[in-house]
Design a protein around this ligand. Structure first.
Ligand code: ZN
Length: 293
């Protein structure tokens, strides 16, 4: 898994993507009698996109980190997020994730304490958080796997009646857990089903990814899925599944399990995809570690 970032910030992003933030617009939609104007600027309705990205309140923060908020045409938060994941390098995605979180914290501090920070202070806070998190990781940035352009595949629309399954996993050393998520979408790219779960103990990243694959494949089998395109951003797993090399490692035994499960499929393909295509699975993997205590 290439992009990480602090778990709290990832979980925050998940809630934002699912419209769980309870902006004034969300509360209004839930029939809470409330003024839907933005708490910060008082001149727009406060939806997720407005609260986290849009001018006038949030955009100075994005300017501060030299990221244009007009990265895509859409005024929709999930589209914006997808675009970000698709076109920006990992470091910037992580910074953007944590900045969203800091902007929201500032909004809440306005709500509860009537105190706000300047955009510069918000960005500084986000930078500090990110640095602290990076230092806390063993080896930090330098151990991160480099993903090369070669071997990347573009999104191919599945054939009629086929499904796509995105798989992702993450290792959360501080909490002593690993988690995985998988998501099925149909040939119209519509959501069909998702699972996520916790794997006890801290694993090597490639083992966590392979376990995620195995869990997802047995889940597909249980759902009688027989024609599937499997997409994951774990290059090491995708490569291992395509090769015939076997050794005595735990990783290799997991790959064998996966191959066995795949032989039950009528047709399948396993593809390596960039982070963007597995955004949802990525968010699910973060979700799993939060709720599985
Ligand atoms: Zn506003």
């Amino acid at each position: 898994m290439a992009c990480k970032g602090p778990l709290k910030a990832r979980n925050f992003l998940w809630r934002a993507a699912k419209s769980f933030l309870l902006t004034t617009l969300d509360l209004h939609a839930r029939r809470v009698p409330i003024d839907t104007l933005c708490l910060i600027c008082q001149c727009n309705h406060e939806g997720t996109f407005h609260a986290l990205v849009e001018r006038p309140a949030a955009s100075p923060c994005w300017t501060e980190i030299q990221m244009s908020i007009d990265i895509c045409q859409s005024r929709d938060f999930i589209n914006w997020l997808n675009f970000l994941f698709e076109h920006y390098p990992c470091e910037e995605v992580e910074m953007a994730t944590i900045l969203c979180w800091s902007i929201w914290n500032n909004r809440n501090s306005k709500l509860w304490k009537n105190r706000t920070k300047s955009p510069t202070q918000i960005v500084q806070g986000a930078r500090t958080n990110l640095l602290e998190w990076q230092r806390a990781q063993e080896g930090g940035l330098f151990r991160r796997e480099q993903v090369t352009e070669a071997g990347m595949v573009k999104w191919n629309k599945p054939k009629r009646g086929e499904v796509v399954c995105n798989i992702d996993a993450g290792v959360f050393k501080a909490k002593g857990v690993s988690s995985y998520g998988a998501l099925i979408s149909d040939d119209e790219e519509s959501f069909v089903a998702a699972i996520w779960g916790r794997i006890r103990g801290v694993l090597e990243s490639r083992e966590a990814e392979a376990l995620g694959f195995r869990e997802a494949l047995s889940w597909l089998k249980g759902r009688n899925v027989t024609k599937v395109t499997i997409e994951g951003d774990a290059q090491v797993v995708v490569q291992a599944l395509r090769s015939n090399v076997i050794d005595k490692s735990y990783f290799s035994s997991l790959i064998c399990d996966c191959r066995l499960l795949l032989t039950d499929m009528r047709s399948y393909s396993v593809c390596f995809v960039r982070r963007s295509a597995s955004l949802v699975a990525y968010l699910l993997a973060g979700e799993a570690s939060l709720f599985s205590k």
